[in-house]
Design a protein. Sequence first.
Length: 317
Amino acid sequence: MKPIIFGRNVQGASHKRTETECQDSYKKIEMDGDAAVLSVADGHGSKTCLYSKTGSNIAVNVFCKEMENLYGGYHDNLEALLTFLKRDGDTKIAQQIHAEWKRRVLAIHKKYKRDIPKLENGEINEREIYKLYGTTLLGLMITPLFVFAFQIGDGDITCVDNAGVKQFLISDKILGTETHSLSKIDAWENAITVLYRRESFIQENLLFMLSTDGFSNSYRNEEEFKKTCTDYFEMIKQYGVKEVCNNLKDWLDETSEQGCGDDITLLMAYFADDSNSELMQFDGDKLEPEDASSYDLSDETEDGIDEGTKGSCCSIG
């Protein structure tokens, strides 16, 4: 059963008033065998994180690339990949993702000739550079055999089906507005992962929702948030993917305006009982892009960044 993937990010209401660009990014990659990778990230956007938008772009691209490479190396033996991720997902994989994010951050910082802080001994102060690009990271890899979730920092990975709503991965909560960040030297130690076999939970009509914290923080409590997740699930079933996708920007804008005012990114993967039905048909490539969503950080560029397509329209696999 192949998931239908679509999403959107919007500039927060408070950021519109201060003319601050959206700090969120998202990306999805589809692979053979009904496999896909989804990722969202929330740049911190504080005065000390001047380039956090770039940091979040790097984060989603690194996660998707690392997962794509893993799947490519194990696609003929997914049981071995399942075992590897279950054993090393929050250690070796987290270390690889964090190390690659830091490598690309340093490369971009040097490429654009930005100020380089120095230590007393004259060496580059890499810690201070990482802080400038601070961001969270959420990711999901869907394969024919299992689903693997990864998280550093705040945000939500939510699963909705006919039985209700549940958090697919329970993240660490920090008091106040603080969050774990990729900019920390030991950020990989704060990675949380979970892995489930698909046969244990994926059924007809199931929705994964990856969202930055601006989404859940716009509701008064967890029950209101869960009700909204259920509403999205029911609207997709009743009205179809195209209708929901066409209205998603307006809905998220309204959520931010009436809620916390933060940027919001929502990326969804929907498993339909009849993916061939008219309600599930939609060509996302025909939507006109309106603003930048992610940099293409392919390995073809040594420094690692290419601004690529300026677009954050819904994308359907």
